[in-house]
Ligand binder design. Structure first.
Ligand code: NAD
Length: 279
């Protein structure tokens, strides 16, 4: 790469660099042409602090040590990729707004206040937020919306997901995204119709409910299945993630799309161009 090419490459920052997704994001940035890694951060006390960001993923050092100063990452970058934890993401959203840096948010499990911080920041900068950055899952969301619009309430909707044993939030952000897609298709509010876990004498199924079940175990990256069950037939729309690269590739694609865009809160469906509404 020439010096001029290097200068025109999109500067991307990665926060949470030492995490499972952080490492996958660094690898994806290093592997993608027309972008370059500008800086990387981790939380105070993390063992990856001070290590070279490229060395973290087994690549030759690039003289970018992982820092605890997230502000520096935002100042050095045009777009920051954030797959960390809800409280950290709310903080990062504020830094994005303050520094005029675009943000790609993959963190799931945000509460209403943290989501509000993202919404507020998106009035100043372009933010792409998605519970899942894979092409396949985003297509599945569009298909689920379409199926839910076509099938009436005689089809019960159940969403089953499985993830690795370390995952902390349930149901997964992707399962909730699929639930929102189903609710949109049916023209109902997910919060009113969601049934998030049954135990004991739960009683018969509520007509029109959208049910969730979360399984946890092993190193499963992410399996999702939306089941439309009627008397005598079942339609299933499912997705299996075989590795984290599909998310990190999608996040880099979202970064390229977001760069230079008008402030706003965008979804991966917007990036991919196959959605009518947010995921
Ligand atoms: P992880 O625990 O392996 O990584 C999270 C990292 O963030 C950790 O290294 C942690 O130290 C770091 N972190 C926490 N607070 C920080 C701070 N203030 N500053 C900098 N770094 C900080 O988790 P993971 O499996 O990589 O997942 C991270 C998030 O991404 C989760 O919310 C997960 O659900 C989500 N996720 C989203 C997608 C998607 O496509 N949207 C895909 C996979 C995972």
């Amino acid at each position: 790469m020439t010096e001029i090419e290097q200068m025109t490459d999109l500067a991307i920052g990665v926060v949470g660099a030492g995490g499972r997704m952080g490492r996958a994001l660094i690898a994806a940035v290093l592997a993608t042409g027309s972008v370059r890694l500008a800086a990387a951060s981790e939380r105070e006390g993390h063992p990856s602090l001070g290590q070279d960001a490229a060395s973290l993923v087994g690549e030759a050092p690039i003289n970018i040590p992982v820092t605890a100063d997230a502000g520096r990452v935002f100042e050095a970058s045009s777009v920051v990729l954030d797959f960390t934890a809800p409280a950290a993401t709310a903080l990062h959203a504020r830094l994005a707004a303050e520094t005029g840096t675009c943000l790609v948010v993959g963190t799931t499990g945000l509460d209403a206040g943290q989501q509000k911080a993202i919404k507020a920041a998106s009035e100043k900068v372009a933010i792409v937020q998605a519970p899942n950055f894979s092409v396949g899952v985003n297509l599945a969301m569009a298909l689920v919306e379409r199926a839910a619009a076509s099938l009436d309430e005689s089809f019960d909707i159940e969403i089953v997901e499985m993830h690795h044993r370390h995952k902390v939030d349930a149901p997964s952000g992707t399962a909730l995204g699929l639930g929102r897609a189903a609710a949109r298709g049916r023209g109902v509010d997910l919060d009113a119709m969601a049934d998030r876990g049954r135990d004991g004498l739960a009683g018969p199924r509520r007509r029109g409910a959208i049910g969730f079940a979360a399984l946890r175990g092993g190193d499963v990256v992410g399996d999702h299945r939306v089941i439309f069950a009627a008397d005598g037939e079942r339609l299933e729309i499912g997705h299996i993630a075989g590795g984290r690269e599909l998310f990190s590739r999608g996040a880099v694609r979202a970064a390229l799309w977001a760069s230079g865009r008008e402030p706003g809160l965008y979804s991966m469906q917007d990036v991919l161009g196959f959605s009518r509404s947010e995921a």
